[in-house]
Design a protein around this ligand. Structure first.
Ligand code: SF4
Length: 404
């Protein structure tokens, strides 16, 4: 196994992002698949509470903050990004202070969310709008679509444009279509490079795992629309292409390959990565990392192409559309098995609740299993039970490799 050399650069890139955020004169908060490019075009530095949630999960501090939010009336069964983030805020804690030297979470001048991923973000972000007495704007695209049609795009374009007066008032700058086009172009370049990064794992052996991808996706989430993100993925891609050319994979030997559907279990990323590695099993791709590919961005038509790209993401689609996408990925990455993470506090990003694993297995012949867990609340993850299930599944795969 090797550690990606780009990891050092990644640390610098993320540290500099948080340094800028700490000093920024104007900050907009945005959902992770919200209209970051439009916000950046107004000169805002953009902060993503979901990234903060993931940091709480990865530092394993989330579980201690959730009860604080529960005591303030939030259910312990809703999104644990929301509850751990709000709990940390109420308790005055943040990994941004402890790990990145920031003063704390940045005060917002504008809060924007897009319910393309879930309705939970509306409640989460409105909590902070009340706390900071800050203007808040929501985008509400049609959800669970088989196909995204022109009428839906038109509706979302209208909602994007309705944001402009809020952005102008909060930033003190007039809307500039050319800056929006430039930002979208940069975001497109970064997202296409990120796509190429992920696609290197279609090679056998794969040079990057899902677990590495969950770490290296930081810039495509928080720095979309910047040269920094584009340049970072250029460097990472070069490194990975070098490994592919040399026939090197992140595992010395791959016995089987797995696709991970659903969210990472942030506090168990290392544990799971090591567990699969011990069994020479490469977890090569995921719906999660693929969620930040927006290849429809087009600077010539910035509003319509943003509306299309952000509305047609996997999480916003129907079961039928999701199944088609999963089948295509399974084939592209030549996986022998599929793991569906049944994320207890996020049904939006769990595809295990309405029979999809069984249907997927029946329709493709690729074995599927369900791991029960959560993105941040480790009370929903049993290490012992999950390890036994995963090891049994790997044994099954080794005896009936589909693509090998
Ligand atoms: S998609 Fe899930 S994890 Fe993400 S904010 Fe919504 S409920 Fe939380």
């Amino acid at each position: 196994m090797y550690t990606l050399e780009s990891a050092q650069l990644l640390k610098t890139v993320m540290q500099e992002y948080f340094d800028r955020l700490d000093q920024a004169p104007k900050v907009a908060w945005c959902t992770s698949v919200g209209p970051a490019e439009l916000l950046r075009s107004f000169g805002f530095e953009v902060y993503f509470p979901e990234n903060h949630g993931a940091l709480l999960g990865a530092t394993r501090t989330a579980t201690e903050h959730i009860p604080t939010a529960v005591n303030c009336g939030f259910s312990g069964h809703i999104c644990s990004y929301t509850t751990s983030d709000i709990g940390a805020y109420l308790g005055g804690s943040s990994p941004l202070r402890d790990h990145y030297g920031m003063k704390g979470i940045p005060k917002p001048d504008l809060i924007v969310y897009n319910t393309n991923q879930c309705r939970e973000v509306q409640d989460w972000f409105n909590f902070y709008a009340r706390e900071f007495n800050c203007p808040v704007h929501g985008i509400f695209p049609p959800r669970h679509l088989d196909e995204v049609r022109p009428a839906e795009i038109e509706l979302v374009v209208h909602q994007f444009k309705a944001m402009l007066p809020f952005c102008e008032a909060a930033s003190g700058q007039p809307f500039d279509i050319d800056r929006f086009r430039e930002t979208l172009q940069l975001s497109k370049e970064a997202t296409l490079l990120w796509q190429k990064v992920l696609k290197t794992a279609a090679n056998k052996p794969a040079p990057i795992s899902f677990f590495d991808g969950a770490i290296h996706m930081g810039p495509i989430v928080v720095l979309r629309g910047t040269e920094v993100a584009r340049n970072y993925y250029h460097t990472l891609l070069q490194e990975l292409e070098g490994y592919v050319a040399d026939g090197k994979g992140f595992l010395p030997q791959e016995s089987c390959r797995i696709f991970w559907d659903g969210m990472p279990i942030w506090g168990k990323l290392r544990y799971l990565s090591d567990l699969f590695a011990q069994h020479q099993t490469a977890v090569v791709a995921s719906t999660y990392c693929n969620s930040w590919i927006f290849d429809d961005f087009d600077e010539k038509d910035p509003f319509a192409s943003s509306a299309l790209a952000y509305t047609q993401i996997f999480i916003n689609r129907s079961e039928k559309a999701k199944m088609d996408m999963l089948k295509a990925w399974a084939s592209e990455y030549r996986v022998d098995g599929m793991i569906f993470h049944d994320t207890k506090t996020c049904f939006n990003n769990s595809n295990a609740k309405f029979g999809m694993p069984l249907r997927f297995q029946q329709e493709t012949g690729i074995p599927a299993m369900v791991v029960e867990g959560d993105l941040n609340d480790l009370r929903f993850f049993s290490e012992g039970q999950s390890t036994t299930k995963i090891e049994t599944f790997i044994e099954q795969l080794e005896s009936q490799n589909v693509y090998s």
